[in-house]
Design a protein around this ligand. Structure first.
Ligand code: ADP
Length: 451
C-alpha cells in the first residue's frame, strides 16, 4: 500500500510542477514577445526621426544589421531602396502586410513564421515624411527556441522538483501508513489517529465487540454441551448399571446353588427381562447418537404419511389391546419427503407413549392433516397427561415425569429425545399440549414436500 500511495503522491506533485512550469515558460515567452515588439517599434521611430531630419543618406551610415535588427527602406511603389542585408534578389515589398498598412495609415505591423529559418519574424513599418516606408524586422524566439535556450535551468528545476516530490511523497506516505500499521487490532481505541482513520478504527472496535460477544456465546454453548455430555454419560452409566446389577445378582445366586430348582425359571425370567431392557436402552442410545451426528445413511424418499401411521398402529395393536386402549388413524393421504426409518421412529415413539401412558379404556387418535403449506401428524391420547411444569423438559434425555412408572412400562427415557432429534433431522417442528389427567397431544409439522 505504501508504494502505491508514494507513487500517487509523487506523480501528483510532479504533474503539478510540470503544469506550473509550462505556464511559467508560456508567460515568460509572451512577456518577451511583447517586450521585443515594443523595442522594435521604438527602434523604428528613432530611425524614422533620424531619416526625416538627415535624409536617406543616414541609412548608408548604418552599414549592416542594427543590433540584430534588419532595416529596409521601401519606395512608395514597393520597390526596396535599401536593406541592411543587401538588395540582391529582393522583389517588390508592396504586398507585405505591414508595408501596405503603413502606406495606408502611417504605420503597420505583422508577424510571420519562417519555415526555413524556424523562426518568427516581427515587422514594424512606418511611413516617412516623403511617403516612403521604413521597416524594421527582428526574429523572435519561438517557444521551442526559448525552451532550448533555457534547457539547463529547466533541467535543473525538473531534477530539483523530482527530488522534492520524492521527499514529499516519502514523507506523506509514511505519515499516512504509519498510523495504520500502528493500530492495535485488539485495542484500536488506545491510540489517537488522524480524522480519516477514525471510521476504520470505530469499525474495528465494533467488530471486536461482536467477535467478543460471539466468543462468549460459544463458550456458554460449549459449557452447556459439556454439561449435557457429562450428564448423559452419568445417566447412561446409571441406566446400564441397574439391569446389569440385577442380572449379575440373579446369575450369581443360581451359580452358587442358592436358588431352589423350582425358582430357577423365575430368576431366569428376571435375567431375560433385564437383558431385554438393556438391549432396548442400547438401541435407543445408538439411534439418538446417530440422529445427533446426522449419521443417517438411508435415502430420502417420498413417504405416504397416512400409510406409515397405519403401519405403526398395526404394529402397536397387540400392546394397545392388552391395555384396553383403542387405536384410531384418521385424515388425508398426504405425503412428506424424508428418511423412512426416522419418520417411523418418530411415530413409533409417539404412539408407543400414547398407549403406554394411557388409561384402560382410553383412546389414541392419530390424525394426518394439512396446516397451511405443511403436512402435520397429531398423536392424541386420553391418558394420564403431563404436568405443565414438566412439558418443557420431557424432550430432554432420560427425563421422566414418573421414573418408576416409566421403568415399569419398559421406558428408557429416550423416546421423546429421539422424536426431537428425528424431527430436527427431517426439518419438522414439534408442538405439545397436555392436561394432567386428561391426555396429551403431540404434533409434528413437516415442511412442504418440495422443500
Ligand atoms: P419413556 O421411555 O420414559 O417413555 P420418553 O422420552 O418417551 O421416555 O418420555 C419422557 C417422559 O414423558 C415419560 O417418562 C413420561 O413421563 C412423559 N410422557 C411422554 N409421553 C407421554 C404421554 N403421551 N402421556 C403422558 N406422559 C408422557
Amino acid at each position: 500500500m505504501r508504494t502505491a500511495i508514494f507513487k500517487n503522491i509523487f506523480l501528483a506533485a510532479m504533474s503539478v510542477f510540470l503544469v506550473g512550469m509550462a505556464c511559467t515558460v508560456g508567460a515568460i515567452y509572451s512577456y518577451f514577445a511583447s517586450q521585443q515588439t515594443i523595442a522594435l517599434e521604438t527602434e523604428a521611430r528613432s530611425l524614422a526621426a533620424a531619416i526625416n531630419s538627415c535624409g536617406p543618406d543616414f541609412l548608408d551610415s548604418l552599414g549592416g544589421d542594427v543590433d540584430g535588427v534588419r532595416v529596409t527602406w521601401i519606395g512608395t511603389d514597393g520597390t526596396v531602396l535599401f536593406d541592411t542585408e543587401g538588395l540582391d534578389g529582393l522583389s517588390s515589398h508592396a504586398d507585405r502586410e505591414e508595408v501596405r498598412e503603413a502606406l495606408e495609415t502611417g504605420s503597420g505591423s505583422a508577424s510571420r513564421y519562417s519555415d526555413t529559418l524556424g523562426q518568427r519574424t516581427t515587422n514594424y513599418a512606418l511611413r516617412l515624411e516623403d511617403g516612403t516606408v521604413l521597416r524594421v524586422s527582428a526574429s523572435l524566439y519561438t517557444l521551442g527556441t526559448l525552451v532550448l535556450n533555457l534547457f539547463t535551468p529547466i533541467l535543473a528545476a525538473v531534477v530539483l522538483a523530482m527530488l522534492l516530490s520524492f521527499l514529499l511523497a516519502a514523507r506523506l506516505s509514511r505519515q499516512i501508513t504509519q498510523p495504520l500499521g500502528a493500530i492495535d487490532l485488539q485495542n484500536p481505541d488506545d491510540r489517537e489517529v488522524y480524522e480519516e482513520l477514525r471510521p476504520l478504527v470505530r469499525r474495528i472496535s465494533g467488530q471486536n465487540r461482536q467477535i467478543q460477544q460471539k466468543v462468549e456465546e460459544l463458550k456458554v454453548e460449549h459449557a452447556r454441551q459439556d454439561t449435557m455430555r457429562r450428564e448423559f454419560t452419568a445417566n447412561v452409566s446409571h441406566e446400564l448399571k441397574t439391569p446389569l446389577t440385577s442380572i449379575s445378582g440373579c446369575a450369581e445366586l443360581i451359580q452358587n446353588g442358592l436358588v431352589k430348582p423350582e425358582d430357577v425359571p423365575r430368576f431366569a425370567g428376571t435375567i431375560y427381562t433385564e437383558a431385554q431392557r438393556l438391549i432396548v436402552l442400547v438401541n435407543d442410545i445408538i439411534r439418538l447418537s446417530r440422529l445427533e451426528d446426522q449419521d443417517v445413511r438411508q435415502e430420502w424418499e417420498r413417504i405416504d404419511l397416512l400409510a406409515l401411521c397405519r403401519d405403526t398402529c398395526d404394529w402397536l395393536a397387540p400392546a394397545a389391546a392388552s391395555r384396553h386402549v383403542t387405536l384410531e388413524v384418521r385424515g388425508e393421504a398426504l405425503y412428506i419427503r424424508g428418511v423412512r426409518k426416522v419418520a417411523d421412529e418418530i411415530l413409533g415413539n409417539l404412539c408407543d407413549n400414547a398407549v403406554k401412558y394411557n388409561k384402560p379404556g382410553g383412546t389414541v387418535t392419530v390424525t394426518v392433516f394439512r396446516r397451511q403449506d405443511k403436512v402435520a401428524v397429531e398423536v392424541r391420547d386420553t391418558g394420564i397427561g403431563i404436568p405443565q411444569e414438566d412439558l418443557d423438559r420431557v424432550f430432554e434425555r432420560f427425563y421422566r415425569v414418573d421414573k418408576s412408572h416409566s421403568k415399569e412400562l419398559g421406558g428408557t427415557g429416550l423416546g421423546l429425545s429421539i422424536v426431537k432429534h428425528g424431527a430436527a433431522f427431517l426439518g419438522a417442528e414439534l408442538e405439545i399440549e397436555s392436561r394432567e389427567g386428561e391426555g396429551t397431544a403431540i404434533r409434528v409439522l413437516f415442511p412442504p414436500e418440495q422443500a
